[in-house]
Write a protein that binds this ligand. Structure first.
Ligand code: NIG
Ligand code: FE
Length: 428
């Protein structure tokens, strides 16, 4: 950080000492969204503050507001935002970005009309990535994962969730989670790790899925918990994944180990996985194309976040829409994420996912930005630290040269942050 002493006098009270002062900006604070999306007048949408100032001290936001209300600052460094917008760092709350191999061939099959489920039944799909991931070394997984993560970072992702789930044996599942930890250390991003041993039944257990689940519960999960390799436990609750009864067993085991749960549910059919997850106070339920309207009150009651993954919807040419209107009517927090994975969403762009959430699912750009900031944070249990511009919150910040925050969802490959700060330190 360059140190240039600066004193900006706005009043006669004692100066507010800070490490970084960003001036001449509009702020999209995203404050006030804890109960879904409030119907705010245009002047207040995005929790906006025009002609604002934001100060950072020790990696956290120490002051923010309109310049006219600001105290005098004594700042180590001043940045002129040149009239741009400052937003919280983006949060991609659902990714599978560590994997071996490629599924481009499968893409060709799908274009010929073979369904995702048919491909999975033929040994393609998740299981084919498992073969490639098992064969990859830790360093290879790190290198390919880093490439994808850098793509997300370039667009302003400062917090990311990364799942295991392409190992489906103890050694490879643990390896994936260790690689996720190395990616966090290497990049300085906040990485939340999710154990997804119950992503698919590996071929060697095809005839006895319960025996595989026993291994997930009795062998993998205890090691993951003991070595503190994950922050949550996930499952693919689906006809081609795990049944609700199996999901319940897994969730009960997760709770015993003190780990919160989340679930891939209602992606291809309605197995009532969301209701089950809500019973366990899941952090989030993800996909939800087949979620029934009648199940919405239960999600609201549990405080569970609904994660929209429009990239998978798009790539699978799905036609059944999640119950978007109902989610917002029930004031359920709705997050938006890439689902970055080699099969159903090879999309390393959270801004594109925001655009897709608007075009395909009908979210407003404001809802899309809330989905990748405050609601994405809640899906990871980080709502007290991230996803908002608020005093005390981590200073993960993005400066954009845009006229209005709706531009982030509107354009495709149009914008990159002009500056990115992680905990108040500028990323070069
Ligand atoms: O989120 N639904 C299951 N898991 C991934 C797909 C993973 C794959 O096909 O490799 C998803 O869409
Ligand atoms: Fe997924």
């Amino acid at each position: 950080m360059t140190v240039s002493d600066s004193l900006v006098n706005h009043s006669s009270t004692a100066p507010h000492k800070c490490d970084l002062l960003i001036e001449n900006i509009s702020l999209a604070t995203m404050q006030g969204y804890s109960e879904g999306i409030p119907a705010l007048p245009e002047a207040e949408a995005y929790g906006r503050i025009e002609q604002g100032v934001l100060a950072v001290t020790d990696g956290r936001i120490s002051w923010l507001g309109a310049a006219v209300d600001a105290p005098a600052f004594e700042a180590q460094q001043c940045v002129d935002g040149q009239g741009g917008w400052l937003t919280p760092g983006l949060i991609d709350c659902h990714t599978h970005l560590i994997y071996g191999g490629s599924r481009a061939r499968e893409f060709e099959w799908r274009l010929q009309g073979i369904s995702y489920e048919e491909i999975a039944c033929k040994g393609g799909g998740i299981v084919s990535t498992v073969t490639a991931t098992r064969a990859a070394s830790e360093d290879e997984l790190f290198a390919s994962g880093l490439k994808r993560l850098k793509r997300l970072m370039a667009e302003g992702v400062t917090t990311v969730e990364i799942k295991s789930g392409y190992g489906l044996d103890t050694e490879t599942e643990l390896r994936m989670l260790k690689v996720a930890g190395r990616l966090a250390e290497h990049t300085g991003l906040t990485v939340k790790r999710t154990f997804l041993g119950a992503h698919a039944v590996p071929v060697e257990y095809k005839e006895d899925p319960d025996a595989y689940l026993d291994i997930v519960i009795n062998e993998m999960l205890p090691q993951v918990a003991e070595q503190k390799l994950a922050d949550a436990v996930d499952v693919f609750c689906e006809g081609i994944g795990f049944s609700p009864a199996q999901t319940r067993r897994l969730f009960e085991a997760a709770v015993k180990h003190g780990l919160p749960v989340k679930g891939h549910v209602e992606q291809l059919s309605d197995l009532k996985g969301a209701v089950l997850a809500a019973e366990f106070n899941a952090l989030s339920v993800d996909h939800l194309e087949y979620l029934a309207e009648e199940d919405l009150p239960v999600l609201k009651q549990a405080g569970t976040v609904a994660v929209m993954l429009p990239g998978a919807f798009y790539c699978l040419k799905e036609t059944k829409l999640p119950p978007i209107k109902g989610l917002f009517e029930h004031q359920i927090p709705v997050a938006v994420s890439t689902d970055l994975n080699p099969g159903t969403s090879p999309i390393a762009s959270l801004l594109l996912a925001m655009n897709q959430s608007c075009v395909l699912f009908g979210l407003t750009p404001e809802q899309a930005l809330a989905g990748t900031t405050c609601h994405g944070a809640k899906a990871l249990g980080l709502e007290d630290r991230k996803g908002m511009l608020q005093v005390g919150y981590d200073a993960d910040l993005l400066l954009w040269s845009i006229d209005h925050p709706s531009e982030l969802s509107y354009g495709i490959n149009m914008h990159r942050p002009a500056k990115i700060w992680l905990a108040g330190c500028e990323v070069q």
